[in-house]
Design a protein around this ligand. Sequence first.
Ligand code: ADP
Ligand code: MG
Length: 353
Amino acid sequence: ANPAQPPVIRQLDETVINRIAAGEVVERPASAVKELVENSLDAGARRIEIAIADGGKSLIRITDDGCGIPAADLPLALSRHATSKIDGSDLLDIRSFGFRGEALASLGAVGRLSVTSRATGSAEAARITVTGGTMAPVSPAALTRGTVVELRDLFHATPARLKFMRSDRAETQAIGDVVKRLAMAEPSVAFTLRDVTGDGEGRVSFRADAETGDLFDALRGRIGRILGAEFVENAISLDIEREGLRLTGLAALPTYSRGSSVAQYLFVNGRPVRDKLLVGALRAAYMDFLSRDRHPAAVLFIDCDPQLVDVNVHPAKAEVRFRDPGLARGMIVSGLRHALAGSGHRASSTVAG
Ligand code: ADP
Ligand code: MG
């Protein structure tokens, strides 16, 4: 820039703003699937069907039986920073997956998005489409209940991002992981993931029927469905409560550890998270029970008053921050250690020799 001539400062238009934001919210097809399935869960869906084609790059379609969106609200639902989930007064009391009001606006900016919905109690369904950030008017549609969100040609408007996509196979795998992760925490919801690449009905790559029974049976059933019955049979059920934190889930017996790929699934208030603090706590808990090169498999749910965690740390909401990290860590380490010791598996240091 010429020091004598400052450049002009412009207010970016909404489409560009959405495209920039989309870079953070929607990294790849799997992140789009995550946002859309979370929306279905927030809408109280009991059945969620996901169809993808070409690794999600050409098509992602989510069909749910949730509460739907009133026709008049469709343009707002697709607008940036518009949400039905918080009223803006309390960012420390978030009970839904969503709250940023960014996902649909972002997806509409980087793909061809259509949302068809029939709100509970409404006699008619309606559809809105948005392509490259430009919204078409709401039109009547046919749908008996719930919502169908269809996202085509993701990143067609941002070729730079498209180049960073991995193979269809790798993206399909990442989508499968996201769906399984979300399904793990929601055993009462039925999930189907279908790959419809090419023609026809497609191939079901993941299905989990709604689990019945008490919460623990349902969780064990669902986790067994996803991680295999062997894991469930070789795991201890946890239910520990301390100072407002509750830790439930399944932790593998030390004899069932893995050498390499780690099956560790962590959830805070039902939200899948990748959290160094929690991973570290898990490792510390197993320290005396496992040799250093082994990894414990575990599915841990930490539930607490939403006020005790900040979920507004990252646009993709994959991280959380505990108000009192020491408390969370301490509770996991001591709770798990206690459970492992009680399982009859002595610390490896005393077993050696
Ligand atoms: P957020 O989830 O953060 O509110 P989104 O952009 O993901 O933001 O969605 C915007 C709004 O659209 C939501 O607050 C919700 O009211 C509505 N919505 C989105 N998806 C669905 C769905 N599957 N069923 C019902 N309502 C939905
Ligand atoms: Mg959302």
